[in-house]
Design a protein around this ligand. Structure first.
Ligand code: SF4
Length: 472
């Protein structure tokens, strides 16, 4: 990490300024990448990806490697869903998918042979536990035969689990299969909310799975919640939070529901009249922050909370936090190699995304090429802005001098227009500017996306913001 201060200010309170939040609550990216995925172009081909890997090899560097594996299948649809998934109950579809997925994994492993050690693995979806035990064992054996993995104590090997699809016995099996972190989709414990989003998930089932994860020796259990769902209100959210805090997960992610039925078809099943008002959403968000920080969780930023002794909180204190397509991560500077339909990789100065439909994905692999559909090569300016956005999102502070060490620019000249915009946000109390540091205030942490948007060159080019969600 570049010239970070010894420790960030403690995050135990976030100022509540509703009028400011309303004023600045605009459409904007979540910055899991920069440039954001809507900038990817079909001009980027698998040849560009091969070049990015070759450049990495030429550097002779041995970076940690992060692997992402996408399992797109779900057996029912949640109405709020914005993921790339295939709804089916046909297990045969997964069997076919696995043959292609393993082919892609083999192609990627040949490219990275001898270069890297996997320190992070994440199974996401869809529903990774749609796979049977036998299919999962087969896939993991293939992965371990293809890549070199760090020992269990050093690596972070996580899987998203839908508690509706697993038994406690399955959780024990997942641990034996090599996973050491579990992320559970909960969203809300309230039965009315669950019914409104078509995700009936009895509370007892979720708690049983958390107990099983502890028994099985998972190092970390994380729970995902959503605020802004239909039928949700501050009272129901308070009850859900009470139950979540009692369950004591190591990490909690609370995502804002982005209602964008023009982009995501399942969301058309959600009645507008059932959605909470923007004011109620902000009240729910503050309730979450208050209850969780009172309960001892550290507010990491954006939508993440962690116990003070969790790796995520420790990484933030030490200035090594990173942000990628899975949100906040402890493994900075790792190349991310993603396999599966629609999966996005980040290797060297490139992003690349696989074909988004199963047919196109299979067809490309049948042709013997990597199934890359689009991507982007980062320019020097992109790399500079990515670094700035990363540090602001993860550390909530930035030293312009450290940027000048890494990039041959005069910060104040290069970013004169951006600094003028930052001064306006500083006047609103979102950040402080002095000769040495740009420091995001407690108030600014909630609106960190707005602050990062100042450095997004592509937004200034006037692309329609309709693909983005509201920043709160
Ligand atoms: S939210 Fe998750 S489980 Fe529900 S349909 Fe989407 S991917 Fe599947």
């Amino acid at each position: 990490m570049l010239n970070s201060r010894e420790s960030s200010p403690p995050v135990d309170a976030v100022s509540y300024d509703v009028s400011l939040l309303r004023k600045l609550n605009q459409l904007g990216p979540r910055y899991t990448s920069y440039p954001t995925a809507d900038r990817f172009s079909e001009d980027f081909t698998s040849a560009d990806y091969l070049q990015a890997v070759a450049n990495r090899r030429d550097m002779g560097a041995r970076h940690a490697l992060s692997l992402y594996v996408h399992i797109p299948f779900c057996d029912t649809i949640c109405y709020y869903c914005a993921c790339n998934k295939v709804v089916t109950r046909n297990l045969g579809k997964a069997a076919l998918y696995l043959t292609y997925l393993k082919r892609e994994i083999s192609m990627q492993s040949a490219l990275f042979q001898g270069m890297n050690q996997v320190e992070q693995l994440h199974f996401g979806g869809g529903t990774p536990t749609f796979l049977t035990d036998v299919q999962m064992t087969d896939l993991l054996e293939h992965l371990h035969g293809s890549f070199q993995f760090a020992p269990d104590g050093q690596g972070e090997y996580s899987i998203e689990v839908d508690p509706r699809t697993v038994t406690p016995k399955r959780i024990v099996t997942l641990r034996r299969q090599g996973f050491n972190r579990l992320s559970l989709g909960v969203q809300d414990f309230d039965p009315a909310v669950q019914k409104a989003v078509n995700r009936i998930q009895p509370e007892e089932d979720t708690l049983r799975i958390i107990d099983a994860a502890r028994y099985a020796g998972f190092r970390s259990v994380s729970i995902d919640l959503i605020y802004g769902l239909p039928k949700q209100n501050v009272i129901s959210m308070a009850q859900t939070l009470k139950k979540v805090i009692a369950a004591a997960p190591d990490r909690i992610a609370i995502y804002s529901y982005a209602h964008m039925p023009h982009l995501f078809k399942p969301q058309r099943r959600i009645a507008d009249a059932d959605l909470p008002t923007p004011e109620a959403k902000i009240d729910m968000l503050f309730l979450c922050i208050k209850r969780l920080t009172d309960a001892g969780y550290v507010y990491i930023g954006m939508d993440h909370f962690a116990k003070p002794d969790d790796d995520l909180a420790i990484a933030q204190r030490q200035g090594r936090l990173h942000r990628n397509f899975q949100g906040y991560s402890t493994h900075a500077e790792a190349d991310l190699v993603s396999c599966g339909v629609s999966a996005i990789s980040a290797v060297g100065a490139s992003y690349s995304q696989n074909e988004k439909t199963l047919d196109a994905y299979y067809q490309r692999l049948d042709q013997g090429t990597l199934p890359i559909a689009r991507g982007v090569k980062l320019s020097t300016d992109d790399l500079l802005r990515r670094l700035i956005i990363q540090r602001l999102m993860c550390d909530f502070e930035l030293s312009p001098a450290s940027i000048e060490i890494a990039h041959p620019i005069k910060f104040n000249d290069y970013f004169a227009a951006e600094l003028a915009q930052l001064k306006l946000l500083a006047a609103d109390g979102l950040l402080k500017l002095d000769d040495e540091w740009i420091t995001v205030t407690m108030k600014g942490r909630l609106l960190i996306r707005n602050i990062c948007m100042v450095f997004d060159r592509y937004l200034a080019l006037g692309r329609s913001p309709l693909r983005y969600s509201k920043t709160i």
